[in-house]
Design a protein around this ligand. Structure first.
Ligand code: NDP
Length: 480
């Protein structure tokens, strides 16, 4: 046995991860349910490093040095369980099973418990960066035992993206911490993309600009605070012309976005933990709404919606100011989305005793992953200064950006609302900040209503304790 690590599941992600490992000098055992995929990897890229292909799971396991490290890179869910079931009887104590697919962290926690009972390490690992990241250096978020990280750390840190000499990989925490953090990462990605989409929609409607013109605006934004992979590829997608029709590419694509799972899981988990991740939730619902074709058609014929290419330009007096306002609103909303995502990570970490260092997450997201951005360096710095920060929003750097954006944010939303351009994440993010900074919220009335209809009691501003008013009688207040 000579392979240092194995990969089973050689579709786009597994194939590229295996190549990345081999290119970095590790000998890699290969396996895939359908042998053709294994063969094509060796045929196409066998010269890139030391690959040891096997047709059967038994040969694959036998080709690995002990303690064995096996990466599973298959479709998340049942397929992962099927592979684990086939693999585990062939493994021995202290071997390490790494699930690098997009598993739900709840499944990861279950699988880790099951394998730990058999003396095996199970390492749920988040991998972000898509196909290209897997090959050239992804952001890697491993959970599992500290012991397993002692073996995996040097391998993963070598194949991960590197930023300023720092690998985009760290031991996130024990158990399912890695997959939890990957889930929230994807949730943030949902919010980030929806914000970009709303900004595009506003620019198109407000300026009557062509996609190619808007691509230029994004290209310019990418040289400032907003500098990020997603802004960069937005410019690329908007500038693209469809080869068949000669139309802007964006205009020949259906306006329905999928939400495959991680966004939904993020929102579900946030509800369980009581963390208001309003931006991520609105972004997830926006995708869901886009897919409700029949309801959209019914509403369109009822209310005569804004035609796609009717500019609200009449509402925009100063084009330059409008572009700057959209930029500021986008940046402020993005800060809110990240603040909420990091709140979610802190809450999940506390609830599960994972001890996740939020600054380390910002550090490993600086490269390799889809949300990589200059901005994450700022988050890293902010947490380095104060790891116990109540919210990213109150860190001086971000507080200033948000406060400076307020006027722009409100102007943009007034225009959007008057012109009928839907901006769920821009709007909810401003509402979130306005609510947080309100000295008094109408939640007092909610308390009053709940006490009135259900004797749910309330707390007073001037005395400790819980109270109930005898609403149906003489409205006397009693201690509850
Ligand atoms: P897919 O999710 O499309 O899965 C295909 C792979 O799963 C194939 O190797 C297939 O084997 C295998 N498979 C499916 N069912 C079974 C089964 N019952 N038993 C054994 N093997 C099975 O591949 P991707 O490469 O796109 O993704 C792999 C994982 O990485 C997924 O969990 C995905 O969510 C995650 N991921 C993907 C990213 C991306 O950008 N695509 C980014 C980050 C994570 P066969 O060839 O025999 O059909």
């Amino acid at each position: 046995a000579r392979a240092e690590i194995g990969v089973t599941g050689l579709s786009v992600m597994g194939r590229n991860l295996a190549r990345n490992l081999a290119r970095n000098g590790f000998s890699v055992a290969l396996h895939n349910r359908t042998v053709a995929r294994t063969n094509s990897l060796v045929a196409d890229h066998g010269d890139e490093g030391d690959f040891i292909p096997s047709e059967s799971m038994a040969d694959f396991v036998a080709s690995l040095k002990r303690p064995r490290a096996v990466i599973i890179m298959v479709k998340a869910g049942k397929a992962t369980d099927a592979v684990i079931d086939a693999l585990v009887p062939l493994l021995e104590k202290d071997d390490i099973v790494i699930d690098a697919g997009n598993a739900h962290f709840v499944d990861t926690a279950r699988r880790e418990r099951d394998l730990a009972a058999k003396g095996l390490h199970f390492v749920g690992t988040g991998v972000s960066g898509g196909e290209e990241g897997a090959l050239l250096g992804p952001s890697i978020m491993p959970g599992g035992s500290a012991e397993s990280y002692r073996k995996l750390g040097p391998i993963f840190e070598k194949i991960a993206a590197q930023v300023d000499g720092t690998p985009c990989c760290v031991h996130v925490g024990p158990g399912a911490a890695g997959h939890f953090v990957k889930m929230v990462h994807n949730g943030i990605e949902y919010a980030d993309m929806q914000l970009i989409a709303e900004a595009y929609d506003l620019l198109r409607a407000g300026l009557g600009a062509s996609p190619a013109e808007i691509a230029e605006i994004f290209r310019e934004w990418n040289s400032g605070d907003l500098d990020s992979f997603l802004i960069q590829i937005t410019a690329e997608v908007l500038a693209h012309t469809d080869g068949k029709s000669g139309q802007p590419f964006i205009d020949v694509v259906q306006d329905r976005a999928e939400q495959k799972g991680t966004g939904r899981w993020t929102v579900q988990s946030a509800l369980d933990l009581g963390v208001p991740i309003t931006g991520i939730a609105e972004a997830t619902f926006a995708r869901s709404l886009s897919g409700h074709v029949a309801q959209r058609a019914a509403a369109q014929s009822t209310f005569a919606g804004r035609a796609a290419d009717t500019p609200i330009a009449g509402l925009v007096e100063d084009r330059k100011q409008f572009i700057e306002d959209v930029r500021n609103a986008l940046y402020a909303s993005k800060i809110v989305a990240y603040a909420q995502g990091f709140d979610h990570i802190r809450a999940g970490s506390k609830d599960n005793d994972w001890g996740i260092d939020p600054g380390a997450m910002a550090t490993i997201w600086r490269g390799g992953c889809i949300i990589r951005a200059k901005f994450l360096d700022r988050i890293r710095e902010v947490y380095a200064e104060n790891p116990y920060l109540e919210s990213l929003l109150v860190a001086p750097y971000f507080a200033e950006a948000v406060a400076n954006g307020f006027d722009s944010w409100r102007r943009v939303l007034v225009t959007a609302i008057r012109g009928g351009v839907p901006t769920p994440v821009f709007s909810s993010s401003l509402a979130y900040v306005d609510a947080l900074r309100s000295p008094r919220l109408p939640a007092a009335l909610i308390q009053g209503l709940r006490d009135n209809f259900g004797a749910h009691t309330y707390q007073r501003v001037d005395r400790d304790g819980s109270f109930h008013t005898m609403w149906a009688e003489d409205k006397r207040e009693v201690d509850a």
